[in-house]
Write a protein that binds this ligand. Structure first.
Ligand code: ZN
Length: 417
């Protein structure tokens, strides 16, 4: 779970960085390449685009577009020295002038092998990079069980990412509520009740069988018209572990394919609610530890770092808002070294450049290494197998982690004095 939280975080952060870039003109290029595509075709298409680019009126935009295309073509040609075809999931390439100052030039290239296959080939030249097609991959990918049921029909399906798998469609043959001629109403109702109960048992049998084997079943959503679905759940025919996973009961019009579609539409919200609840739970657990006598909670970089280094952290909570760089500075002459955490690397570099070494008083200080602090802390956490969880700002607890606990908190295995 921790690893997944981290991969999603890294991916989301990269996409956020890309979306934050703005071109001064229509000059930021996004290229999406589908799996296995011959990259020579892509290179030829980009050359054609370069040919058309000479018609761009603004001189600076024209120059930036041509340079960005050059960068992408060079990248692809280099890539093709090893492989002629796009990788398993395809790739997305972004290039353009990302300098913030007007008139300045900083042509960058970013490329991603996405965690899910690129589904559509695309070339786009715009004021922004096009990242939406990659954002779907951030959505939770656990399996959701879907039950669309009423007294006549039952659809039992699973949803994983965007893939729906309908396991079974059952029909009951249960008659409507009104008796037919010749039978007493009471006898009719009694028979109908038995038939309805039998149908519920059949539904539960299939659901128990289909859902029990799925290891990453995150939630089950039950829907249907009328009270049948509620009666079904009340009878507790589903196995207890599955009953615990029923996270939403939804009124929908039909218990057929349309019903399953309605449930799929609700599932993103149900899953994101679960994520929110999980995040809330983690921060609350930390806060409970903090006020208890066990002392198994610490926060702030210095304390958290100390306990990570001692292998004492069970779960590390990092606010998604955390932005800083861990810097190693060293002396130009002796072996003096120290580490600092800084929020503005450029400013820091300017500040220490030329600073006298406090040890030998002979050499000057300079930056030897710099690393994103989140990455650095994650690597530190890996050394002792600590779980890493990222906490968004979407909840009150997430806001508290940011404001009151300096974006970093840890639940400990043991306390280090
Ligand atoms: Zn020195």
């Amino acid at each position: 779970m921790g690893m997944e939280s981290r991969k999603r975080y890294e991916y989301k952060r990269l996409l956020d960085e890309l979306s934050s870039k703005k071109g001064h003109g229509t000059e930021l290029i996004s290229v999406y390449v589908t799996p296995g595509l011959d990259l020579g075709i892509v290179v030829n298409q980009l050359r054609e685009e370069q040919g058309t680019a000479v018609n761009i009126k603004s001189k600076s935009t024209r120059k930036n577009v041509v340079s960005a295309l050059d960068r992408i073509i060079n990248f692809l040609q280099k890539y093709m020295e090893k492989k002629k075809k796009a990788p398993e999931n395809g790739m997305a390439i972004f290039s353009g002038n990302v300098a913030e100052e007007l008139g300045a030039s900083d042509i960058q290239l970013y490329w991603i092998e996405p965690p899910e296959p690129v589904s559509v080939r695309m070339y786009r030249c715009d004021q922004e990079f096009v990242t939406e097609p990659l954002r779907d991959a951030i959505a939770p990918k656990e399996t959701v069980g879907l039950l669309a049921i009423d007294s006549k029909d039952a659809m039992i399906a699973t949803l994983r990412g965007k893939n729906v798998n309908v396991a079974r469609h059952l029909t009951s043959g249960v008659w409507g509520k009104h008796g037919r001629g010749g039978q007493s109403q009471r006898r009719f109702e009694r028979l109908r009740e038995i038939a309805v109960h039998d149908f519920m048992k059949r539904i539960a049998e299939v659901a128990n069988r289909e859902f029990s084997n799925i290891k990453d079943m995150r939630a089950i959503i039950v829907g249907g018209p009328g009270p049948f679905k509620d009666d079904f759940l009340k009878k507790e025919l589903l196995y207890a572990p599955l009953r615990e996973k029923v996270r939403a009961v939804i009124d929908i019009g039909y218990a057929d394919e349309q019903g399953i579609k309605d449930l799929i539409n609700s599932s993103a919200e149900v899953l994101s609610d679960l994520d929110v609840m999980k995040e809330k739970g983690l921060v609350q657990k930390f806060m409970t530890e903090l006020v208890s006598d066990n002392g198994l909670a610490v926060y702030g970089e210095a304390e958290v770092r100390k306990h990570l280094e001692a292998g004492a952290v069970d779960t590390l909570l990092i606010s998604e808002a955390m932005r800083a760089t861990r810097v190693t500075v060293g002396c130009s002459t002796c072996d003096y070294k120290r580490q600092d955490t800084v929020t503005n690397l450029t400013f820091y570099e300017r500040q220490i450049s030329g600073e006298e070494c406090p040890k030998c008083r002979d050499g000057v200080l300079r930056v030897l290494e710099s690393k994103d602090i989140v990455k650095e802390l994650c690597e530190l956490a890996d050394l002792s197998g600590a779980n890493v969880e990222f906490i968004s700002l979407d909840t009150e607890e997430g806001q508290q982690l940011k404001a009151a606990f300096k974006m970093l908190a840890a639940i400990l295995r043991f306390k280090v004095s």
